[in-house]
Design a protein around this ligand. Structure first.
Ligand code: NAP
Length: 306
């Protein structure tokens, strides 16, 4: 079977365009949506993510500000900043970029964010509302995946879905959303027995484990839809040869850059087994930022009653 691509980049561009149109309507009514990002420490990947989020927000007509703190920041300083942002009427959405520096309790920080401004939907109040099926901000990555599946007409009702990974950020909310969409969902993790056989039962397989090209042909039922959330950097010639056998273009890119990005799903195996799949890069990644912008607008409307 030769799989076709679920085009996350195109769907993300559609969401961003719609968000920009809605933001300009809000601005015309005097409400410029405001997003504040807290970035603590110097994790290089976080620096890139935050720059992209800020740029995306500006392009959508959202007033974005990034508050940067050194790795030596204290929990008290971050809590004080969040208190200030909670009280600022121009700020509709607050995002705390994870991971936080060692020694900072991320739960205490995330729980300090006003649930009405919790753009990532990580506050326990919003997690509970989501599980109960009540309106709540939905974590951006699983929200983006659901939007992709909806817009690409992937059937969910009655299908068998396996979510590989059970993090608070991706796996758990993904399973909640798929259950809400009437899929029959199994959540698998590092202690699951006979993972390949379980995954082969899936009509829809969502991989979010952070292990490069871990999901190989033996995990994928012929004709399954495969969503690859993973973003992993590989930096050895052996890994590149395993992931992209005989691919001279990838070998050349690796030689030039010293590393390559790959998802949790083997990029060649998936094209031979799945019916449709999300590539890495260009699949789920762009949807996460698009949903962040859309969530910011949703919070703005709800908070300002527009
Ligand atoms: P995480 O918090 O590290 O969670 C990983 C999950 O995978 C855990 O539940 C873990 O199981 C499970 N797992 C790890 N190794 C496994 C194995 N060998 N077999 C089965 N399960 C295994 O990761 P995350 O934050 O969910 O992120 C997952 C991946 O998605 C990463 O590559 C991350 O970079 C990527 N990501 C991408 C986006 C995007 O925008 N595209 C957004 C967020 C994350 P246990 O619970 O048993 O430990």
């Amino acid at each position: 079977m030769t799989a076709t691509i679920l085009d996350g980049a195109r769907v993300a561009a559609d969401i961003r365009r719609e968000t920009a149109e809605a933001a300009s309507e809000l601005a015309a009514r005097g409400a410029v949506p405001g997003l504040a990002v807290i970035l603590a420490g110097d994790d290089p990947a976080s620096q890139v993510y935050v720059r992209n989020k800020e740029k995306g927000a500006r392009e959508a007509g959202i007033r974005a500000q990034t508050l940067r703190f050194p790795a030596t920041v204290t929990e008290a300083m971050l809590l004080a900043e969040i208190g200030r942002l909670n009280a600022d009427p121009e700020v509709d959405a607050i995002l705390v970029q994870l991971p936080l520096p060692a020694g900072i309790g991320s739960s205490r920080i995330l729980e300090a964010v006003d649930p009405a401004k919790d753009v990532d939907g990580f506050h326990p109040f919003n997690v509970g509302r989501l599980v109960q099926g009540k309106p709540a901000p939905v974590p951006c990555t699983p929200a983006g995946v659901m939007e992709l599946l909806r817009r690409e007409n992937v059937p969910l009702r009655g299908t068998r879905a396996v979510v590989l990974g059970r993090s608070d950020i991706v796996g758990k909310p993904m399973a909640t959303l798929l259950t809400k969409a009437d899929a029959t969902v199994t959540v698998a993790h590092s202690k699951t027995r006979d993972l390949p056989a379980l995954c082969r039962e899936a009509d829809l397989l969502v991989a979010a484990i952070g292990r490069p090209a871990f999901v190989t042909a033996d995990f994928i039922r012929e004709g399954a839809v495969v969503v690859d959330v993973g973003i992993n950097r590989i930096d050895t010639a052996e890994e590149v040869a395993r992931c992209f056998p005989g691919n001279e273009a990838k070998a050349a890119a690796f030689a030039a850059k010293g590393s390559l990005l790959v998802g949790d799903v083997h990029p060649v195996d998936v094209t031979e087994r799945a019916s449709r799949y999300t590539p890495v890069p260009g699949g789920v990644g762009p949807l996460t930022i698009a949903r962040l912008l859309a969530n910011t607008l949703d919070l703005c409307r709800a908070r300002r009653r527009l």
